[in-house]
Ligand binder design. Structure first.
Ligand code: ATR
Length: 280
């Protein structure tokens, strides 16, 4: 039996095992995927332990995506670009780190909104770890990007990384209403990558909802709740809306391709996740 899993802290909320195990079963794979809680001082032991136990691969989630890098023998270009790893492959001699977050997000948007990315104008809310992967990927796909983040220098740092290579595609703005209003007026797709809309901020929106326009497509990478405050307001206005299930599924699809060079049934993964979320 092949072993897979995800390491993180906390990990009890993770639904990754639900979709991976559903897809394994669907394809008659003799494999199992388990969520694994790891404390920070044990991170190296967890990576080397997974290798010693014969794991084929693991995923890495918050807060370890950057912290695992020193324990890996090599990084793919995708992981190297963002210095962030969400997928690890164990081979005979190597522990290879890869990142499927950016490509997973992009693929989810392309499929779910049925669009081509090149030239699309995005307003990205947030500049944390998830935003970093998304923004690097969208820049490569030749999108026009505006970033607004509570801590402005993090957004500026991202713009500085990207702009020398991509003809000034990334613009940073403040979270002031006037700046946001200008940005929403020129953007086609609004993406929330912040945690505003989850848990303690479940009743809040990362963007004043009066700035939404019916022609916007709005993507929130939050999937629990399935419809954030922002998405609910956008849907009521007639916007096309999508939650974070798509990104979760497509980053997993791309992890399968990295581990096994095969593609799972995407519909099986979506169904397993949505069923599990419906129960919440
Ligand atoms: P992740 O890996 O999920 O992206 P993260 O790196 O901690 O998590 O990033 C969280 C993002 O949500 C950041 O953009 C953060 O803004 P800061 O860079 O200013 O910390 C944003 N965020 C979290 N709570 C927020 C809040 N209450 N209001 C506005 N932005 C918030």
């Amino acid at each position: 039996m092949e072993l897979f899993g995800v390491i993180g802290n906390p990990i009890s909320h993770s639904l990754s095992h639900v979709m991976h195990n559903a897809a394994f079963q669907d394809m008659n794979k003799d494999a199992i995927y388990v969520p694994m809680h790891v404390e920070e001082p044990d991170l190296a032991a967890a990576i080397y332990g997974a290798r010693a136990l014969g794991f084929t691969g693991i995923n890495v989630t918050v807060p370890y995506k950057e912290q695992v890098v020193p324990y890996l023998t090599s990084l793919t270009p995708e992981a190297s670009k963002t210095q962030s790893v969400n997928t690890v492959l164990f081979t005979n001699n190597e522990i290879i780190g890869h990142s499927t977050d950016g490509a997973g997000f992009a693929q989810a948007v392309v499929n779910e909104l049925d669009i081509k990315l090149a030239g699309k104008r995005f307003l990205i809310l947030g500049a944390g770890g998830a935003a970093r992967a998304i923004i690097h990927q969208l820049a490569e796909e030749n999108c026009q990007l505006i970033i607004a983040n509570r801590t402005r220098h993090k957004a500026e740092q991202l713009a500085q990384e990207i702009n020398p290579n991509f003809a000034n595609q990334v613009q940073v703005i403040s979270l002031e209403q006037a700046d946001l209003a200008k940005a929403t007026a020129t953007s086609e797709i609004i993406v929330n990558t912040t945690s505003v809309g989850m848990e303690a901020t479940i009743d809040q929106s990362p963007l004043p909802v009066e700035l939404l326009l019916p022609q916007h497509s709005v993507v929130d990478i939050i999937y629990n709740p399935q419809e954030s405050n922002l998405l609910a307001a956008a849907r009521k206005l007639g916007c096309q809306t999508r939650n974070g299930v798509g990104m979760l599924v497509w980053q997993a699809v791309k992890a399968w391709e990295f581990w096994w060079n095969i593609k799972p049934d995407v519909d099986v993964m979506y169904a397993a996740l949505n069923k599990s979320l419906d129960k919440n």
